[in-house]
Design a protein around this ligand. Structure first.
Ligand code: NCD
Length: 337
C-alpha cells in the first residue's frame, strides 16, 4: 500500500483527524479516519431527512463530476450532496465531452483544472487513472470508482448502513459474494471492514476470485452455503461483464444456481442476517427478487439513502481548509450515531 495514496496536503485543524487532501481509496485510511467520516455522515442523514435539507457550507465552491463510465446512484448522489451543501455542481460525462474527440484524460483534467474547481469527482474504467489525475490538478479529488481498484464512497456508505443498523462493525462476519475479481466495491469493502474489526469472507467461482485475496485479509470460499454459515451480512455483487474479456461463467442460469442469493442459500446465514447490494442489481442472476425486496432484511434502499449523506461528509471534509473561519460552520451537523 502506498502511504501517499490519499495524501498531499498537511493536516488542517478543522479536519477532525482526516489527514488527506484527496479521497482516492480506503486503503491507507485509519480506523479513526473512517470513523470520523462515518460520524460526520450520520449528521448529514439527519439533515437530509429534515424539511430544508440544505446548508450553505460550500457556498461559492465548485464541484465537477467527471464520469468516464455510466452511473446512476453515484453520480446523482454526488450531485445532490454538492447541492445540499450549497456548492455549484457541474456534471460532465464522457458521452458529450472532448474525450470523444480524442482528448486525453490528462488534457481533459488540465482543461477543467484551469476553471478552478474546488473538488473533482472522477469515475474512470482504468484502475489508477483517478490517482494519476489527482497528481495533475490542484484541487481535491474524490475517486468515484476506478476500474476494478477502489470505490471508497461505496464502502463508506455500506459501512454507515451497517453501523446504523447493527451499532458497530467490529466483530461482524460479512460475506461478499459474486464477481470479486472485477469488483472495486469488494476491494474497498475488504479494506474498510477489516480495518474496522469485521471478519470478511469472499465467495465466488474460482474464475472470479483473485489469487492471493487472503493477502487483503479476506477468507476465500467457493461454496456459497459454507461462506454464509453464521454470517451477519450478505453483500451481493453484480457480474461486471463490461470488464470481462472472454467467458468466466458457463451460463447465468448455472451461476444463479450456485452463487445467486435466494431464500434457500440465505438460510445458511444467521436468522437475522441482512442483505446488501451496491446496485445496479441483476435480478435472477446474482440475487432473487424475493430476498432483494424483503423489507425486514434487505438494506438495499437504505444504502442509496446513506450514499447522499456519505458524499456530503466527504465533500465537507475535503473542503474544510478552503472555507474561511467565519463560514457558517455551525450549520454543519454534529457527528455521532
Ligand atoms: C458499483 C460500481 O459502479 O462499481 N455500483 C455503484 O457504484 N453503485 C457496482 C456495479 O456497478 O456493479
Amino acid at each position: 500500500m502506498s502511504p501517499t495514496l490519499n495524501s498531499s496536503s498537511p493536516l488542517a485543524p478543522s479536519s477532525l483527524g482526516y489527514r488527506h487532501r484527496h479521497l482516492l481509496g480506503i486503503e491507507g485510511l485509519s480506523a479513526q479516519e473512517i470513523g470520523v467520516l462515518l460520524d460526520l455522515s450520520d449528521g448529514y442523514v439527519a439533515l437530509s431527512r429534515s424539511q430544508s435539507k440544505k446548508t450553505a457550507l460550500m457556498r461559492g465552491l465548485t464541484v465537477i463530476n467527471l464520469f468516464f463510465e455510466t452511473s446512476t446512484r453515484t453520480r446523482t448522489s454526488f450531485e445532490l450532496a454538492g447541492k445540499r451543501l450549497g456548492a455549484d455542481v457541474i456534471n460532465m460525462s464522457v458521452s458529450w465531452s472532448s474525450i470523444k474527440k480524442g482528448e486525453t484524460l490528462i488534457d481533459t483534467a488540465m482543461t477543467l483544472n484551469a476553471m478552478h474547481p474546488d473538488v473533482l469527482v472522477v469515475r474512470h474504467p482504468d484502475s489508477g487513472a483517478v490517482k494519476l489525475l489527482s497528481e495533475k490538478v490542484n484541487c481535491a479529488v474524490i475517486n468515484a470508482g476506478d476500474g476494478s481498484h477502489e470505490h471508497p464512497t461505496q464502502a463508506l456508505l455500506d459501512a454507515l448502513t451497517i453501523r446504523r443498523r447493527r451499532g458497530s462493525l467490529a466483530g461482524l462476519v460479512v460475506a461478499i459474494c459474486g464477481d470479486i475479481l472485477h469488483s472495486r466495491v469488494a476491494r474497498s469493502n475488504i479494506h474498510l471492514l477489516t480495518t474496522m474489526g469485521a471478519t470478511v469472507r469472499v465467495v465466488a467461482p474460482p474464475t472470479l476470485l483473485p489469487a492471493a485475496i487472503e493477502l487483503l485479509g479476506a477468507e476465500p470460499f467457493f461454496d456459497m452455503r459454507k461462506a454464509l454459515e453464521g454470517c451477519d451480512i450478505v453483500m451481493m455483487l453484480r457480474l461486471q461483464t463490461e470488464r470481462m474479456h472472454g467467458s468466466y461463467v458457463p451460463s447465468t442460469r448455472e451461476y444463479f444456481r450456485f452463487y445467486g442469493l435466494d431464500r434457500d442459500k440465505l438460510a445458511a446465514a444467521k436468522p437475522d442476517a441482512l442483505i446488501m447490494h451496491p446496485g445496479p442489481m441483476n435480478r435472477g442472476i446474482e440475487i432473487d427478487s424475493e430476498v432483494a425486496d424483503d423489507i425486514d432484511r434487505s438494506l438495499i434502499r437504505a444504502q442509496v439513502e446513506m450514499g447522499v449523506a456519505v458524499r456530503m461528509a466527504c465533500l465537507d471534509m475535503l473542503t474544510r481548509d478552503l472555507r474561511p473561519n467565519d463560514a457558517p460552520r455551525e450549520s454543519a451537523p454534529a457527528g455521532g450515531v
